[in-house]
Design a binder for this molecule. Structure first.
Ligand code: ADP
Ligand code: MG
Length: 445
């Protein structure tokens, strides 16, 4: 068989295994719906469905708050002033890199480091730490929340593995470290996950917002649920009406894996966990592409020179996919540049074209999986899609990838038909900062 024919066959097979048909999306929706119900009843399943002990914002929350954002690429400390009427002032922000010594070391050291960052921020911004300032803590890992300011870490995700934190109350650990740094007067009054922060932040301005999604390093979603539906909260009387549920959807696992997904999972630090996340989010998509091109080079479907700079795990960044898929130039000169920059000096137009197809197929599947999961969440709230829903969205992959948002919306139209226009996905940046401040304000009201 000549190379061109072989490439075509290979690509066609691959496209088939990465495709998600409408019936397959419907099957995922159904399974996802079932797992949601299990989780709400406290039964074992892949969706934890964690109560957040908070509802939407009213828009009238006011005051100055400190917010912490842990669980993204950087650790950030912010100070925000909520002005009411859906308005807030420009936040003061400081970013810190958390190195491996802290993400994979002792938990106590991680929280001491966080407290030192807060101290540096307070000193830099000359904030008055004696005032009993309220602090909202965005902690974007699965936690079993017991109250608005108490949550036990269920397990680390996104590459974190600090010891001695699993099963512990992270607010308690933070308080201990704050006291050590002389910051005992700060009041940690709310704990939230970034999806919850994103939903709450969006609802501060837009009251019909009822879903929050993150598609960045990892992926997750939360939504507004009737308290009567949260069977495992029996006897809870703290809130009437609705409460936000953090689905922890990254862990959904009723999915068909390709051999590349299986290989990625086997090599990960959290084998068998976060299967949806591993097929959707920025931490993993580039790696799936890398595994495919490695295989293609082995099978001689692509020139070995292309894989040479990408021998190491994680070396093909998801960011490259955006550049590659966004390249519409004849001859794919941007793809050529991306490869050259990485160290693959020579590449054929044919191979560049193949690479673009592979990237598109992997990101498109991620978008369609996200749409299927979102469709299930919307149906849980509103089976017939009889009203409008605003979905607050955050995350660089969704924001910056040239086709992810478009593919996700197209898949929603395939699932819901014209009713899909009732779903408005709204980019809501920095819910993990603003949201945490609003939740801290809600906590005090
Ligand atoms: P986080 O999820 O860490 O809070 P982001 O939402 O900014 O922060 O997501 C960062 C991740 O998004 C990166 O690790 C990368 O995987 C992905 N990403 C960043 N920029 C791009 C881009 N231009 N195209 C595709 N993916 C991107
Ligand atoms: Mg983030």
């Amino acid at each position: 068989m000549n190379k061109k024919l072989r490439d075509n066959c290979f690509i066609r097979d691959m496209e088939r295994s990465f495709d998600l048909s409408v019936p397959e999306m419907n099957r995922i929706m159904k399974d996802f719906g079932r797992e949601m119900k299990k989780g709400l009843a406290g039964k074992n399943g892949s969706l934890k469905m964690l109560p957040a002990y908070v509802g939407r914002a009213t828009g009238n929350e006011k005051g100055k708050f400190i917010a912490l954002d842990l669980g993204g690429t950087n650790f950030r400390v912010l100070e925000l002033e909520l002005k009411g009427g859906g308005n807030f002032g420009a936040p003061k922000v400081m970013k810190f890199t958390i190195d491996k010594k802290h993400t994979a070391g002792r938990g106590e050291d991680l929280f001491d480091f966080i407290a030192r960052c807060i101290k540096a921020f307070i000193n830099e911004e000359h904030l008055n730490k004696e005032a009993g300032m309220k602090l909202g803590f965005t902690f974007s890992f699965p936690m079993d929340q017991k109250a608005l300011a108490k949550g036990l870490l269920i397990r680390w995700t996104k590459g974190f593995s600090a010891s001695g934190v699993k099963g512990k109350d992270v607010v308690g650990l933070l308080r201990k470290s704050l006291v050590k740094e002389g910051l005992g007067s700060l009041l940690v009054s709310a704990l939230a996950n970034d999806t919850v922060g994103t939903l709450v932040a969006c609802s501060y301005r837009e009251p019909i917002c009822d879903v929050g999604i993150i598609i960045g390093t990892g992926t997750n979603a939360c939504y507004l649920e009737k308290i009567s539906e949260i069977k495992k909260l029996k006897g809870f009387s703290g809130l009437k009406g609705n409460m936000i549920i953090n689905t922890e959807w990254g862990n959904f696992n009723r999915l068909k894996l390709t051999k590349y997904d299986a290989a990625l999972d086997r090599a990960s630090r959290n084998r068998g966990e976060q299967i949806l996340e591993k097929m959707v989010s920025g931490m993993y998509l580039g790696e799936i592409v890398r595994l495919i091109i490695e295989d293609m080079a082995y099978l001689r479907n692509i020139d070995k020179g292309i894989i040479a700079p990408f021998r190491e795990r994680g070396s093909f960044k998801t960011e490259y996919m955006s550049e590659i898929e966004g390249d519409t130039s004849p001859g794919l000169s941007i793809v050529k540049r991306v490869l050259k920059r990485a160290g693959a000096d020579v590449s054929s137009a044919e191979d560049r074209n193949l690479l673009k197809k592979i990237c598109a197929m992997v990101s498109r599947r991620g978008a369609r999986l996200s749409a299927s999961a979102l469709a299930a969440v919307i149906c849980k709230m509103d089976r017939a899609l009889s009203r409008k829903h605003t979905v607050a969205m955050d995350g660089s992959l969704y924001e910056k990838h040239p086709a992810f948002a478009k593919n996700m919306k197209r898949a929603l139209r395939e699932i819901f038909g014209s009713k899909a226009s009732r779903i408005n996905i709204k980019l809501t940046k920095d819910g993990s900062g603003t949201g945490a401040a609003i939740i801290a304000a809600i906590a005090g009201s």
